[in-house]
Ligand binder design. Structure first.
Ligand code: FAD
Length: 299
């Protein structure tokens, strides 16, 4: 039934799909078992139809962008993993940018610089999609998505396309984490600047990142959330946990806030290492670290 639907839709080039697909290559961690189905809609209409079909048939699904903030289970995902990263139209109108959920944030920040538009310099090294970045209120170098998102369009739980301007943004939080909505696109408000200055700021941000983060290693970025007066990486470093490992998962020697996959790491390794770090930091400093990365269970 689902396969028939996907075959038909793919014959009209509305989506691509694989069955029993490995998830690891679709994540920056390089971890995750097989999904029953991995589907990449090619445009917004195809995504909306697919979700309507899955909801009607009560088939489990999850929506992901670039898989740069998730940890899939070693047993994979029972149901349909939908990747948005083929839905990436971008439309610049003066200082406004209308952008689809699957557009790459890094590529968007470069396009903005080309249009002499300032506001996305902070995002030039965040390896996610726009949808994932709005969902997480991604940020760096003193900027975050909440500074530039004017509105977003989304598919609600019953299949209506709606728009919102209030996103309840907070540190690494948006209203999208609280419900069953799928981000379709958003409108960003940028401001005119000087291309060379924008590019210089981006180069400075990239250099800071290269110097301080293990960007060549497989990871999902910062593992733990910051909290009032708590910088997880500083505590983990101070506790001497750099290099601590479980199986193939290891606390980065370069940045104690990152867990890297040294090769062959499993989700079990990462989860066990997270727990070990949490226990040590709790026992030494009495601080409970909360994960920022999102673990996606098998079912
Ligand atoms: C090397 C590295 C550096 C990083 N640096 C930073 C940083 O500086 N700042 C920062 O904030 N993050 C950083 N991250 C984390 C990550 O890149 C961001 O959180 C990013 O915004 C996630 O986007 P994504 O498309 O990969 O989302 P995914 O990982 O695919 O998904 C993340 C969550 O968003 C949901 N989601 C994705 N798309 C949609 C959609 N269209 N509708 C509804 N829900 C959706 C998913 O269900 C999931 O729960 C880094 C990661 C890496 C690997």
């Amino acid at each position: 039934m689902l396969k028939d639907y996907l075959v038909k839709e793919s014959s009209f080039n509305r989506l691509t799909f694989q069955t029993d697909a490995r998830l690891a290559p679709h994540t920056t961690f390089g971890i995750g078992g097989h999904a029953d189905y991995l589907v990449a809609p090619q445009n917004e209409e195809a995504l909306i139809s697919l979700v309507a079909f899955l909801r009607e048939k009560e088939i489990r699904f999850g929506i992901f962008g670039n898989g740069s903030n998730v940890l899939f289970d070693d047993k994979g995902f029972r149901g349909v993993v939908i990747l948005t990263n083929a839905i990436r139209s971008v439309d610049f109108r003066d200082t406004l940018v209308k952008v689809s959920c699957g557009a790459s944030l890094i590529s968007l920040s470069m396009q903005a610089a080309k249009h002499s538009l300032s506001g996305l310099e902070f995002a030039c090294g965040i390896p996610g999609t726009v949808g994932g970045a709005v969902f997480m209120n991604a940020g760096a170098h003193g900027g975050e998505m909440s500074d530039i998102v004017l509105s977003s369009r989304y598919l609600d739980a019953v299949g209506n396309v709606c728009e919102m301007t209030q996103h309840d943004f907070a540190y690494r939080h948006s209203v999208y984490q609280d419900g069953d909505r799928i981000i379709l696109s958003c409108c960003l408000g940028l401001s005119y600047g000087t291309e060379s200055e924008i590019r210089a700021k981006m180069a400075e941000n990239k250099q800071k990142r290269t110097m301080t983060q293990p960007i060549k290693d497989k990871s999902a970025g910062s593992v733990f959330r910051r909290a009032e007066g708590v910088i997880p990486a500083a505590l983990i470093d101070k506790a001497g946990l750099k290099g601590l490992s479980v199986g193939g998962a290891c606390v980065s020697e370069k940045h104690a806030g990152f867990i890297v996959n040294r090769g062959g790491a499993t989700a079990c390794d990462v989860l066990a290492l997270i727990e070990l770090i949490q226990q040590k930091i709790d026992s030494v400093y009495g601080v409970q670290l909360i994960p920022e990365i999102r673990y996606i269970p098998e079912s």
